[in-house]
Design a protein. Structure first.
Length: 356
């Protein structure tokens, strides 16, 4: 199954954690025993992600974020914060430099084009028997773009998706921060369209979401969002939003965070209370709204403010993510549908979202 459709994860905060001290190049157990890993474990966030763990899971493509965290952010993430656009720009630029460092070391291949994508998908393992791991760069929250005219520079630097919001940004209303696009946000969407930058609608507030869909005619997706019908918060997608994304042939990445899977689960609750069956419920709801299985994928966010304790019961590390395919098969999904969810749907999306 992995050969037919390699696993794709559309949302991991690899560089954010790395510049704060976590080394994703290490085997997971070694990374967990590091100072960063032990500090995270003490907060109930034992790390789940490392590059070796991704390879063990059969991941071929990951969307790696550039995430600058605003001051006063309502999150369990720990790291430096920004109060100005210049500070946000510097934080994101440092993270982009880290991805370039990983690429120079041969740990990842930066995917900027369809040709890069094909190279990764058809590469043979290296002398250390490591499969090639491709990384598509995604900016989560657009505040690092100091003004809309800089979109072209970020695109030239390799960024291929921008999510205007996280919480509220200078461009857009966001999670727990209702609001439409600002005038600068409308200019941002114009520049994104001009450059061919894909739009990530995850975290966008309702008003900004609908305005963005009207303004942006290029590729769009929700890299990491679940169903509001099952977990009724503004962080998730309403059925109307799901339908709109599907109508644009977008893909929705399902988040493997227990709090986003069950409305009654809170950090500190038992990990065992949430299972992959809950993930399947969200996937099947999206597919029911969509009318097909072609618009769902994985956007795990497994290193984005939670860890082992906040992930479904079956997962001990990222290497367990392919068990989701088994859960879907048990729920009656056909092999081709499972392959699409694990990676094929995102690969189809990338084939038209990336330049030649």
């Amino acid at each position: 199954m992995q050969e037919a459709a390699p696993l794709v994860d559309a949302h991991l905060d690899l560089a954010f954690n790395a510049v704060e001290g976590y080394d994703p190049r290490l085997p997971l157990e070694q990374a967990r025993s590091s100072r960063f890993g032990q500090a995270a474990a003490a907060r109930g966030m034992l790390p789940m992600v490392s590059l070796p763990a991704l390879r063990d899971a059969g991941v071929k493509i990951v969307f790696g974020t550039l995430f600058a965290m605003p001051v006063g952010a309502n999150t369990d993430l720990k790291g430096r914060v920004y109060t100005t656009a210049a500070q946000a720009h510097a934080l994101a630029d440092e993270q982009l430099s880290y991805y370039r460092q990983l690429a120079a070391e041969g740990e990842i291949t930066l995917v900027k084009s369809q040709a890069d994508l094909e190279t990764v998908l058809h590469a043979v393992p290296d002398q250390a028997e490591r499969s090639m791991l491709g990384l598509v760069t995604l900016m989560e929250g657009a505040d690092p773009i100091r003004e809309a005219s800089e979109v072209a520079a970020w695109y030239a630097a390799g960024v291929r998706l921008v999510g205007p919001a996280w919480g509220a940004t200078r461009y857009s209303g966001g999670t727990h921060a209702p609001g439409a696009l600002t005038p600068a946000g409308r200019e941002l969407l114009h520049e994104m369209g001009r450059c061919g930058m894909a739009l990530d609608v995850s975290h966008m507030a309702e008003a900004s979401f609908w305005e963005a869909l009207d303004l942006h005619r290029g590729a769009l997706c929700a890299s990491h969002s679940n169903c509001r019908a099952l977990v009724p918060t503004d962080r998730q997608l309403s059925d109307a939003m799901i339908r709109a994304i599907v109508e644009r042939d977008g893909v929705i990445g399902t988040v493997l965070f227990n709090r986003f899977l069950r409305p009654d689960w809170q950090p500190g609750d038992a990990k065992a209370a949430v299972t992959l069956t809950d993930v399947v419920r969200h996937l099947e709801h999206i597919c029911t709204v969509a009318g097909d299985t072609a618009h769902v994928g994985i956007g795990s966010d497994l290193d984005g403010g939670f860890g082992l304790e906040g992930s479904p019961a079956e997962l001990d590390s990222y290497a367990g993510v392919p068990q989701l395919g088994q859960a879907l098969a048990a729920a009656g999904w056909r092999p081709d549908e499972v392959a699409g969810l694990l990676g094929g749907n995102w690969l189809r999306w990338l084939a038209h979202a990336l330049p030649a």
